[in-house]
Ligand binder design. Structure first.
Ligand code: NAD
Ligand code: TYD
Length: 349
C-alpha cells in the first residue's frame, strides 16, 4: 500500500506520518509538503531514515506538479492535511487560504480521479477538516455530522469549500472519500502562533499573555496523538462517503485554560504560585471571533470504537514538558519571518 500524506511536515501531519510509518512497516508513506512557515522537517527527525518513508517537497496549488506526481507514483490512498490553518492569518490575508485550501484540494481531487477512475477498488481520498466549518455555538448544544455548515472566518470558509468539493467528487465521479471534522488540537510540535504553544512560550520568556476579548470563548481540546489515532482508524475502517466528527469532549474557556497553563508553568519553572498569571493581558478581540466549538463524537465512538485519552491535565503537562525540553526546536522555527508576524499581530492590540 502506498499512501500520500499532504502537509506531513506540519503539526498534525507529522504525528500522522510518524504513526503510519511506525505502525505499518509494509506501507510506503510519501509525505508531500511545501514547507511553508508552518512545515518543519525537524518534526520528523526520528523517522526520516525509515525505509518505508519518503519526503517530497512540493506545492499542492501547482496543478502540473500534482498531476505529474500522480503519474509518476501510484497511490492507493491520499490523506490530505496540507492547508493554511491559522484563523488570525486568514483575517489579515484571506487569499492564500482560498488558493491553498480550495484550489490545492481541487488539484489533488482531479489527480486522484485521473489516476484511479478506471478502478476505484481499494482506493480512498481522506480529507482532514475542522469543526470550524459548522460556525459558532451558543452556550448549549454540540456539532455533529448532521450540523449545517455555517463557516464564519476566511479560514473556515475555505475549509468548508474544500469539504464541499470532496463530497461533490464523490457524488459526481464516484471517488471513494471520507471526511473528518475535528476540534482544536494540542500537543508537541505545534507552531507557536496557536494559543497553547504561544502561551507556554510567553510564560517561559516572561512576556504578556495576549487573551482576546474577555477570554470567554470556548474550545474543545483534543490531544494531537488522539487525532492521529482517529485518522488511522477512519482511514482503515471508515465507510466510503461518510463524515465523522472528532472531538475531545473537553471544553475550556480560553481564560481558564490560560490560568491552568500558568499554574503548570509556575510549578515547572519553580515560580511562586500565581506569578505567571500576572502576565495575562486582555487585548482587542479577534474580528468575528467564534464563541464556542464543541463536538459530539458519538458516531466515531460507536461505529469505529475511537475515544479520546484522558485526563486532560496529564496530557497538558506532558505537552508543556515537551516544549520546555525542546527549546532548540522552538528557536529554529521562530525565524525572522515569525518574529515579523508576531509584531504585526500583537503590537496594536
Ligand atoms: P499546520 O499549519 O501546522 O500544517 C500545515 C502543513 O501544510 C505545513 O507543513 C505546511 O508546510 C503544509 N502546506 C501548506 N500549504 C501547502 C501547499 N500549498 N502545498 C503543500 N503543503 C502545504 O496545520 P495543522 O494544524 O497541522 O492542520 C493540518 C490539517 O488539519 C489542516 O487541514 C487543518 O485544517 C486541519 N485541522 C487542524 C486542527 C488544529 O487544531 N490544528 C483541527 C482540526 C483540523
Ligand atoms: P487558536 O489556537 O488560534 O485556534 P482557533 O482560532 O482555530 O480556535 O485560538 C484558540 C482560541 O484562543 C481562540 O478562541 C482565539 C484565542 N486566542 C487568544 O485569546 N490569544 C491568542 O494569542 C491566540 C493565538 C488565540
Amino acid at each position: 500500500m502506498k499512501l500520500l500524506v499532504t502537509g506531513g511536515a506540519g503539526f498534525i501531519g507529522s504525528h500522522v506520518v510518524r504513526l503510519l510509518v511506525n505502525k505499518y512497516p509494509n506501507y510506503e508513506i510519501v509525505n508531500l509538503d511545501k514547507l511553508t512557515y508552518a512545515g518543519n522537517l525537524e518534526n520528523l527527525k526520528d523517522i526520516e531514515k525509515n525505509p518505508n518513508y519518503k519526503f517530497i517537497q512540493g506545492d499542492i496549488t501547482d496543478k502540473q506538479f500534482i498531476s505529474d506526481l500522480f503519474v509518476a507514483e501510484t497511490f492507493d490512498g491520499v490523506l490530505h492535511l496540507a492547508a493554511e490553518s491559522h484563523v488570525d492569518r486568514s483575517i489579515s490575508g484571506p487569499e492564500a487560504f482560498v488558493i491553498t485550501n480550495v484550489i490545492g484540494t481541487l488539484n489533488l481531487l482531479n489527480a486522484a480521479v485521473q489516476q484511479w477512475k478506471g478502478d476505484y477498488t481499494g482506493k480512498l481520498f481522506y480529507h482532514i477538516s475542522t469543526d470550524e466549518v459548522f460556525g459558532s455555538l451558543g452556550q448549549e448544544g454540540k456539532f455533529d455530522e448532521n450540523t449545517s455548515y455555517d463557516p464564519r472566518s476566511p479560514y473556515s470558509s475555505s475549509k468548508a469549500s474544500s469539504d464541499h468539493l470532496v463530497r461533490a467528487y464523490h457524488h459526481t465521479y464516484g471517488l471513494p472519500i471520507v471526511i473528518t471534522n475535528c476540534s482544536n488540537n494540542y500537543g508537541s510540535h505545534q507552531f507557536p502562533e496557536k494559543l497553547i504553544p504561544l502561551m507556554i512560550h510567553n510564560i517561559k520568556t516572561n512576556r504578556p499573555l495576549p487573551v482576546y476579548g474577555k477570554g470567554e470563548n470556548i474550545r474543545d481540546w483534543l490531544w494531537v496523538e488522539d487525532h492521529a489515532r482517529a485518522i488511522d482508524v477512519v482511514f482503515h475502517q471508515g465507510k466510503n462517503g461518510e463524515t465523522y466528527c472528532i472531538g475531545g469532549n473537553n471544553e475550556w474557556k480560553n481564560i481558564d485554560l490560560v490560568h491552568l497553563l500558568c499554574e503548570i508553568m509556575d510549578d515547572r519553572l519553580g515560580r511562586e504560585k500565581g506569578t505567571s498569571a500576572g502576565l495575562i493581558t486582555f487585548v482587542k478581540d479577534r474580528a468575528g471571533h467564534d464563541l464556542r466549538y464543541a463536538i459530539d463524537a458519538t458516531k466515531i465512538k460507536f461505529e469505529l470504537g475511537w475515544e479520546p485519552t484522558q485526563p486532560f491535565r496529564d496530557l497538558l503537562e506532558k505537552t508543556v514538558d515537551w516544549y520546555l525540553a525542546n527549546e532548540e526546536w522552538l528557536e529554529h522555527i521562530t525565524s525572522g519571518a515569525y518574529r515579523n508576524y508576531y509584531i504585526d499581530q500583537y503590537q496594536n492590540r
